[in-house]
Write a protein of this length. Structure first.
Length: 336
């Protein structure tokens, strides 16, 4: 296993680092491994995680001095990750069986936060990660999930906090009957930069995946959504799809949506799509004619658009938490 200083800096020609290069997301100079405060985690037992040859994961592993493990068995839990200090980091292992759910909320005022997650799913697991960091924080998030035989993972992300956010999420459908349903909702405001990269690997046949990402971009914010959907040779009867949609709320807002397919099997269903559009003036007019202000009408449309990213998520406790946090966030934007 290579250590962080031995790993070459990835070029911007790589799909993963095209819009948020490593030099930009690193908290200091790319050759340095700075001191880091530990993310405060209220749940979990002390554990250890192996290193990685991927630069983001290796960096977080190298500077982190905390790793917690959460084991879920037919239960629902909430986990608060509190981030403070100039640089803050930590690692989290999740092992689930039965029918379980986990709501993770990242908050705090750290200058830079790095979080690495390693998940193993047997049975059914619904996870929501809510990024509620302060407005000037930088966040690097790296996740790896394995979904086992006849198991299902619902993976939801609500990203509203932080100034510069880079998420690298990788999911392996390892055995027959494995399924993942992903939903990502990102709200851009000010000059916020939010970059999500998702890779879903159908290693065997009779596996299913769906990914929906909705980004609402206001002011001069920038949203990036890239996805790599791989169906390996021999993974017949797989069913996969991903959709990226962007709602542009100002002339200066930008959004990139780049889904990719790599299909090496013949007997499969695979689809992808991407679209960007401004807010519908007719919808705004209708809501304002019912007494809402322009900001209130726009906020209501954004709420509906972002919550639609979770259309495939069935766990109602997770949906309720996501909606509550989104409403609080949108209300804070209106009231300044």
């Amino acid at each position: 296993m290579m250590l962080y200083p031995e790993i070459p800096i990835p070029p911007r020609s790589e799909h993963l680092w095209r819009y948020t290069p490593w030099k930009r997301i690193h908290p200091t100079n790319v050759a340095e491994m700075p001191q880091s405060d530990a993310i405060k985690m209220a749940l979990g037992t002390d554990s250890e995680m192996e290193g990685s040859n991927e630069i983001g994961r290796s960096f977080i592993h190298s500077i982190s001095n905390i790793c917690k493990e959460i084991i879920l068995t037919d239960e629902s839990k909430e986990l608060d990750l509190r981030c403070s200090g100039h640089i803050c980091s930590g690692e989290l292992k999740i092992k689930s069986s039965g029918n379980s759910s986990l709501i993770i909320r990242i908050s705090g005022d750290s200058g830079w936060t790095g979080i690495r997650v390693l998940g193993d799913v047997s049975g059914q697991l619904s996870v929501a990660l809510i990024n509620d960091l302060s407005a000037d924080c930088h966040l690097l998030r790296c996740e790896d999930w394995i979904v086992n035989r006849d198991s299902s993972l619902e993976l939801s992300t609500l990203s509203t906090g932080g100034f510069l956010v880079k998420s690298d999420i990788r999911i392996k459908l390892d055995q027959n009957g494995a399924e993942v349903k992903g939903g990502i909702a990102s709200n851009g405001h000010g000059s916020r930069h939010d970059d999500h990269h998702v890779e879903i690997d159908h290693k065997v046949g009779h596996t299913q995946s769906s990914l929906v990402m909705h980004a609402a971009c206001n002011d001069s914010s920038h949203s990036v959504g890239t996805g790599l959907l791989s169906i390996r040779d021999g993974a017949d009867k797989s069913n996969a799809g991903q959709v990226f949609r962007n709602l542009l709320l100002s002339e200066k807002a930008r959004a990139e949506a780049i889904p990719e397919l790599e299909v090496l099997a013949d007997d499969v269903k695979a689809a992808h799509g991407a679209a960007s559009a401004p807010i519908d003036s007719n919808q705004l007019h209708y809501l304002q004619s019912r007494g809402l202000s322009g900001d209130e009408a726009s906020s209501l449309i954004v709420e509906g658009f972002l919550m639609d990213a979770f259309r495939d998520i069935k766990n109602q406790d997770v949906i309720a938490s996501l909606r509550t946090r989104l409403l609080v966030h949108l209300e804070c934007l209106i009231n300044g």
